[in-house]
Ligand binder design. Structure first.
Ligand SMILES: C[S@@+](CC[C@H](N)C(=O)[O-])C[C@H]1O[C@@H](n2cnc3c(N)ncnc32)[C@H](O)[C@@H]1O
Length: 429
């Protein structure tokens, strides 16, 4: 396919996503199934236009004075992919599959308008109603933080130290030119690439089938490390989901001790079985949602609550969720988090630790949540996560946010990771 056909396809997918409010991945998959002539390079390029457009939907719409799917797709190739206007016009002129170009007047305006003159939430590419929360969290840097959440993310891998080491995986994947992560100790990163560049399908590699690595954002690797799980301990992963963090904890414990993996949703937990097997994990007990785990109450050295959240820290990967999020969704999540935190706390032994994690950058779900919890439950005290950071990652030149010098927030702008929040609370009695 030529560029014109790819832009036309991206417009079709963007319209589908907008009209049916469906996940981008589903819309792209359907498009691929009904256009089997498109090669993998075409599908990657179309996906990139769609995702890049959704990440910067607001700023591109403002520059184009038009937020249609077509304006967005052309905005991406002209501004983000940096294809010269004349080159684009020429390429599309004799392409019968190319969509209609925006009018001369619209394009003139697009190139004349300066984003520095746009309202602040548009510059930051975040929904206006979240501006206050961003300001509260990131002070003078909030626009930069919003913008970083609108960039393309890299592909991060966590080397499974139960089966391999960083050098071995780097060698196995050398064609993809992975580099060591700047914070995580067992991480590799494959750069995002620009324009139509596609990321390699690393899960099709033999090294993946052998369990040498997992796909896991560096931020997720870092917060898993900060649980500080020690060999021989008893750990409860209360919101284990597909097991991303469970696997990292197991490797950190060198398969010694016991991890109990639980989740309220049995279907979310299902993939964990296969992943544990591939990783060579032997110290994880999976508990189904309807299983009674009350025998573990008051006995766990550490309980990890990787709480259900709005996912604002992962907007780079799921940009459509940025524009769908409502104040009501946020309120519901906050309520759910309160319930999960109180229920999970019952499993911590006296002197043990409760670790609260979200992949959100909103203070309501983060600092607000743990301060309320500690106020209501006098047994728990917030301790300094900054000290754990220093213990583990002092050598990194990147530093997380810490509004209160106790909890930590990772962000694409500060730490080059997805957005994550982590707080550690200790049970006194
Ligand atoms: C952020 S995801 C977990 C991701 C997972 N830890 C990982 O690293 O792959 C949050 C999980 O919380 C679970 N959850 C929601 N409400 C819960 C509850 N009341 N108790 C336990 N888990 C719950 C959801 O099913 C979801 O799998």
């Amino acid at each position: 396919m030529r560029l014109g056909g790819r832009i036309a396809a991206a417009i079709e997918v963007l319209e589908d996503v907008g009209a049916r409010k469906r996940p981008v991945a589903d819309a792209l998959k359907d498009w691929g199934l009904s256009h089997r002539f498109a090669g993998s390079g075409d599908r990657a390029a179309i996906g990139n236009i769609v995702y890049d457009g959704l990440r910067k939907k607001q700023s591109l719409g403002w520059l184009m004075e038009d937020d249609s799917a077509s304006a967005l797709a052309f905005g991406v190739v002209l501004r983000q992919w940096k294809i010269e206007r004349d080159v684009l016009v020429k390429q599309l002129a004799d392409d019968k599959f190319a969509p209609q170009l925006p009018t001369q007047e619209k394009l003139d305006g697009f190139f004349k308008r300066k984003l520095s003159k746009a309202p602040k939430h548009i510059k930051a590419d975040i929904p206006e109603w979240l501006q206050f929360a961003f300001e509260e969290n990131f002070e003078d840097d909030w626009i930069e933080e919003g913008r970083a959440l609108a960039e393309r993310p890299p592909l991060d891998l966590r080397v499974n130290t139960l089966k391999a080491d960083v050098a071995k995986v780097a060698k196995a994947l050398s064609r993809a030119r992975p580099e060591r992560t700047r914070i995580a100790r067992h991480g590799l990163r494959i750069a995002a690439g620009t324009g139509p560049a596609r990321l390699p399908n690393v899960t099709a590699e033999v090294a993946f089938a052998r369990g040498w690595f997992e796909v896991q954002d560096e931020g997720s690797q870092v917060v898993s490390d900060m649980v500080f799980a020690q060999p021989g301990e008893q750990i409860l992963d209360y919101c284990a989901g597909g097991g991303g963090k469970t696997l990292a904890l197991s490797a950190a414990m060198d398969n010694k001790g016991q991890i109990h993996a639980w989740d309220a949703d049995r279907t979310r937990l299902a993939p964990i079985i296969e992943r544990l097997k591939r990783a060579g994990t032997r110290n994880v007990q999976v508990h189904e949602a309807d299983e009674d785990i009350s025998a573990l109450a008051g006995r766990m050295d550490r309980v990890l609550v990787d709480a259900p959240c709005t996912g604002t820290g992962t907007w780079r990967r799921h940009p459509e969720t940025k524009w769908k999020l409502t104040a009501k969704n946020l309120e519901d999540r906050v309520e759910q988090q309160e319930e999960v935190l109180s229920a999970a706390a019952e499993f911590v032994r006296p002197g043990g630790f409760l670790i609260y994690v979200t992949c959100s950058v909103l203070p309501q779900e983060n600092e607000g949540q743990v301060y309320d919890f500690c106020e209501n439950d006098g047994r728990f005290e917030l301790i300094s996560a900054g000290e754990v950071w220093e213990d583990l990652f002092a050598s990194s030149d990147l530093k997380p946010w810490s509004a209160d010098l106790k909890t930590i927030t990772l962000t694409p702008a500060a730490t080059g990771t997805d957005g994550f929040f982590l707080a550690v609370m200790q049970r006194r009695d």
